[in-house]
Design a protein around this ligand. Sequence first.
Ligand SMILES: [Zn+2]
Length: 319
Amino acid sequence: MVKNFSDDDFRDMYPDEETAIKELFEMNHGTKPCPKCKKQTKYYKVKRRKCFECGKCGNQIYPCKGTVMENSKISVRRWLQAIHITNQEGLGLSSTKLALRLGVGYKTAWAINKQLRSVMEQLNKEKNQIKLSKRVEIDETYVGGKKKAPKEGKKTGHNGRENKLIVVGIRQAYPARIRTFYFPDNPNKKRINDLILKNVEIGTTIHTDESALYQDLNKLGYKHDTVNHSDFEWERDGVTTNRIEGTWSKFKRAYRGIYVSLSEIHIESYLAEFDFKRNTCKKIKRDRFEILKSQLFYRDNRVLDSLEGFYQFPLVLQA
Ligand SMILES: [Zn+2]
């Protein structure tokens, strides 16, 4: 059993492009009869093209079609290598680093990185259909930009927002799960309530600071406890938001460097990468590689058919 999934392991598994593209073809078309002549035929790889051909009727299939790799000049193996790299790296992978490790230009690496994050976003969305429960912490933070948000701004969510992006996070205590959400406009009470109702089971114990944003939670059917940060209170009788605040510092550390230029356009994809990697950090690297690969190989942006598929193995992939 490969535990760490090193660069050598990757090279052994995918020695060349033929191996990589064949796996992609077999995953989506492998055992099915030819769609044109309807016979159980053998398909052959066409030389120098990302294409397979039926041995009987000559029908051609492009296995990248419908996947995020469609219209890409990059080889399937390189896509897999990019997944391998992002899987090895920490919570955030910069396109500069990816370019260096893949041996491609910055623009290419940026485009690949963007698609990989969209793959993670899909996986998160699927997973997020299950509500968080038992005990969660909720908090908001300001990221990007150069100015520090003033204290009052944090209280009401109205001031000190120049260049700053507001992100709200929900963190379940056990098993540890994080979901982060970008709010393009000020998060008011109603929008926060909607978000929580959608993501947290009624009856759950919720810990927050004393922000006015969370005042309705008891009314909505949650057990709501607060810590009063303005009184320098950080933990009282087990009520704490320390974990979600630890999550914020992890996020900020992961994106230090590009953090100042974190823009509205990209914030959601960075958050998606962060959530995905945080929530799967206990996974064996090889398993996480397989999760990302199956989503990359999937056609028509379909997500894994079974929710269990995300965290349980072996993956059940239905054609
Ligand atoms: Zn055929």
